[in-house]
Design a binder for this molecule. Structure first.
Ligand SMILES: [Cu+2]
Length: 125
């Protein structure tokens, strides 16, 4: 009886460990896409992308609303932050609004939150 209990305990610990391990994902990658204003993109205000929405996107991003990258192929939206420092990506990325950029960095996922931590931004012509 004691043995069964011990086995059950071991199984429980192992399953908790594997859930925790699965919960956190980390992947070094490059990310290519258009710099977007995440609020308007999700909310569907105006065209929410491209030249017609450029000024709104600049105002939103300068105002501190989240800036993201839209991967044109997968249609995934990535929230992005610089890998180091305590400033957001807004100031650096606002100058590329509606343009295509390539970010180098690490994609991380934990607790349902997905964020791309970048170390380098390049304009794609
Ligand atoms: Cu906007």
């Amino acid at each position: 009886m004691k043995k069964v209990r011990l086995l059950l305990m071991v199984a429980l610990v192992l399953s908790v460990l594997s859930v925790t391990a699965q919960d956190k994902k980390k992947k070094d990658m490059t990310l290519m896409g258009e710099v977007i204003d995440v609020k308007c993109y999700l909310n569907g205000m105006m065209e929410s992308m491209g030249a017609d929405h450029k000024q709104c996107a600049i105002d939103c991003i300068k105002g501190g609303l989240p800036v993201g990258i839209l991967d044109a192929e997968s249609k995934n939206v990535y929230t992005v932050v610089p890998k180091t420092g305590m400033k957001g990506a807004n100031e650096e990325l606002v100058k590329y609004v509606t343009q295509k950029v390539k970010l180098t960095g690490t994609f991380m996922e934990k607790g349902g939150q997905k964020i791309f931590f970048y170390t380098k931004v390049e304009e794609v012509k």
